[in-house]
Design a protein around this ligand. Structure first.
Ligand SMILES: *Cc1c(COP(=O)(O)O)cnc(C)c1O
Ligand code: SF4
Length: 350
């Protein structure tokens, strides 16, 4: 197994490294947003294919510099819900905590593009930790960023110990793309840094079945053997995964081979310069209809939209209830067929 540091060193580290690739992408877009990919992830690109779905996620594209109407620098309104630096508190029982803005790969579709473009600052999480300790309604701390697993093991262990000591917390969530793009980083020492009082959930970010290599499956097996919950989020991206066969294979392999439950399929948000990657909402719903008809419930994620302005996530899944008239319900089944259900008089009693 290659060392993760040498995998990063041998990969794409800056815009200057693009010149040695068969296709180097747009130089102006490369200058505008950070460029990075580990060598093992870069090796998944099929350079013969001008529309390769791996390349589309990492190669700078001139269209990233076009800002469409309605696109925003802070697309999901994180800033409006940030009472202290490096923390977002939008839902009462859970907060986002940002230990770092560094990532193993810089995704062209990143919704925190403008944040990860900053120099990774020396983390000072004290105000955020004090805030979490003072707010007894908080149950879950979600480490995000950037990528929390780019932090050194010792620092993660120290942070985990601080969170463990806050009695009202129950769950530590790590939202990371590292197991998918830099699987060798998922060492026993990294995982041991998370062992403690809190339940741990690791939420991956895989967008295409070709990303699920044997090394990624091994990293996921290590996470599960540790006793952590494993789930995955996917971003719906035009030209990467916007067809039912690709998504079906992705979600099946996540469950059947990696043991990672598909959690959310995110509609591409209003981040600036992503109009070439964004599908329509109805397109996404039609894809979900196809998935729901052909997949086990375990393999189907929730399709969600994170609203601009900080209003939060809304489910886009099609409503199963078409009409109701007293005890008579008109419902949509998994195949889109209209069915009727009549409640007994006992269950409709008010
Ligand atoms: C998505 C999100 C969460 C987590 O929400 P879940 O639905 O529990 O995954 C928490 N806080 C913010 C600000 C979010 O955007
Ligand atoms: S890993 Fe996540 S935070 Fe980092 S660039 Fe990709 S989408 Fe953005």
């Amino acid at each position: 197994m290659p060392d993760w540091r040498s995998d990063l060193r041998a990969g794409l580290r800056s815009a200057a490294d693009l010149a040695r690739l068969p296709r180097s992408g747009d130089p102006a877009a490369a200058a505008a947003f950070q460029v990075r990919a580990p060598a093992s992830y870069l090796a998944l690109v099929d350079w013969q294919d001008p529309l390769d779905p791996i390349a589309a996620q990492i190669l700078p594209d001139a269209r990233e510099l076009e800002v469409a109407a309605g696109e925003l620098a802070d697309p999901i309104g994180d800033a409006a819900w940030s009472p202290v630096p490096r923390l977002t508190h939008r839902y009462p029982d859970r907060v986002l905590l940002f230990p770092t803005y560094e990532c193993a790969v810089y995704c062209r579709h990143c919704f925190r593009k403008e944040a990860v473009n900053e120099e990774p600052a020396v983390a000072d999480l004290e105000p955020a930790l004090a805030y979490i300790a003072a707010h007894e309604e908080i149950r879950e701390v979600i480490l995000t960023g950037g990528d929390p697993w780019m932090w050194p093991d010792a620092r993660l262990a120290a942070l985990r110990a601080r969170l463990d000591a806050i009695p009202h917390l129950r769950l530590l969530r790590v939202h990371t793309r590292v197991p998918v793009v830099l699987p060798e980083r998922v060492t026993d020492a990294l995982l041991a840094a998370h062992d403690g009082r809190l339940m741990v959930a690791v939420v991956l970010h895989a967008n295409h079945p070709r990303e699920l290599t044997p090394a990624v499956a091994e990293a996921c097996a290590r996470i599960r053997r540790r006793g952590f919950i494993l789930a995955n989020q996917t971003v719906l991206l035009r030209g990467v995964n916007d067809d039912a066969e690709t998504l079906k294979l992705l979600f099946q392999e996540l469950v059947y081979r990696l043991g990672a439950r598909p959690y959310y399929l995110h509609h591409c948000d209003m981040t600036r310069g992503l109009s070439h990657l964004r599908t329509g909402l109805e397109e996404g719903r039609l894809l979900m209809d196809a998935l729901r008809a052909g997949l086990s419930g375990f393999c189907v994620p929730h399709y969600v939209l994170d609203l601009p302005g900080g209003a939060g996530k809304v489910p886009l899944d099609r409503d199963a209830v078409l009409a109701q008239d007293g005890a008579d319900w008109t419902l949509r089944d998994r195949h889109g067929r209209t069915v009727h259900y009549r409640e007994s008089s006992a269950s409709t009693r008010r």
